[in-house]
Every structure is written in structure tokens, then in C-alpha cells.
Design a protein around this ligand. Structure first.
Ligand code: SF4
Ligand code: SF4
Length: 146
């Protein structure tokens, strides 16, 4: 019969029109993100001791950090990730002894310009060395010498 295919096609169209939608209007709507999702990195600078274990653990050499000695402690001054080489394996997060490095649920890390792809998590000056920190440093070095 002429038009049989057309009727069949319209039946499918109408059925799909009333059935629940499988897609969403991204980015206005977003699906819930699981708690253990490996998204954008965050670092807790209060916990980080600039030990560099995360950088050593990374198989792709994504992480580079700089530190400065302030008194007896290492102070993290710069922490950059070449995120375009990251495979989000989580070895860096697992290797952190202070639980300072984490994944967040932020999925969107795209950048318009290639030079902005690097993820700069920390960029700051080390605090000035105070008299107290100098005393603490000398005490620590005295202990080491004993
Ligand atoms: S998630 Fe894996 S590849 Fe990415 S920075 Fe950490 S250790 Fe390197
Ligand atoms: S392993 Fe943890 S504490 Fe050490 S430098 Fe990396 S983020 Fe900081």
C-alpha cells in the first residue's frame, strides 16, 4: 500500500515524542557527578609540605613544583600541572602523605588558548623569614648536629 512506510515512520516519531527523554540540555542541565569522580585537581596549601612525592609518582611528568625553605619548613611557592598530559590515574593523589591533593567534581577544564591549558594550582611568594623562624631553624640544625 502506498504510504505504508510514511505511516510507520510517523508512528515511531509520535512514540518517541511522548517517551521520556534520554538527553539533557547541557550545560544548563547536568547529570549528577559521582563522589569519586576524577575531575579538576585541588590542593590544600595548609596541608601540603612541598615534599614532591606527587610529582615523583606521576608516570607522565605532569606535575612541577617549586618550594622555598622558610625557617625549618618547606614552603610551596609554585605548583603547576600540564593537565593535557594527565590521564587522571590518581597515583599522585594516592601518594600524597598529607592528604593535600584531591580530585574535585569539576569536569569542565577546556581552554580556548593552548597556553592556558596548564593548571596553575599555586603561585605565591614565600613569607619573609622572621626572627622566630630563624631561631627555630637554628634549634633544628643544632639537634641534627647532636
Ligand atoms: S592523575 Fe596520574 S597522570 Fe595525572 S598528574 Fe596524577 S599521577 Fe600524573
Ligand atoms: S605529595 Fe602532597 S604534600 Fe607532597 S608536594 Fe604533593 S601535594 Fe604537597
Amino acid at each position: 500500500m502506498f504510504g505504508k512506510g510514511l505511516v510507520k515512520g510517523m508512528q515511531i516519531t509520535l512514540k518517541e515524542f511522548w517517551s521520556p527523554k534520554a538527553t539533557i540540555q547541557y550545560p544548563e542541565q547536568q547529570n549528577p557527578i559521582p563522589d569519586r569522580f576524577h575531575g579538576r585537581f585541588t590542593i590544600d596549601t595548609d596541608k601540603c609540605i612541598a615534599c614532591g612525592m606527587c610529582a615523583n609518582a606521576c608516570p607522565n611528568k605532569v606535575i612541577s613544583l617549586q618550594k622555598q625553605k622558610v625557617g625549618t619548613k618547606q614552603f610551596l611557592t609554585n605548583y603547576v600541572m600540564k593537565i593535557q598530559y594527565c590521564m587522571f590515574c590518581g597515583l599522585c593523589v594516592e601518594s600524597c602523605p598529607k592528604d593535600a591533593l584531591h580530585f574535585s567534581k569539576v569536569i569542565n577544564m577546556n581552554q580556548y588558548f593552548y597556553e592556558n591549558v596548564a593548571l596553575v594550582l599555586v603561585q605565591r611568594e614565600a613569607p619573609a623569614v622572621t626572627a622566630e623562624s630563624e631561631v627555630a631553624a637554628s634549634k633544628a640544625s643544632d639537634k641534627e648536629g647532636e
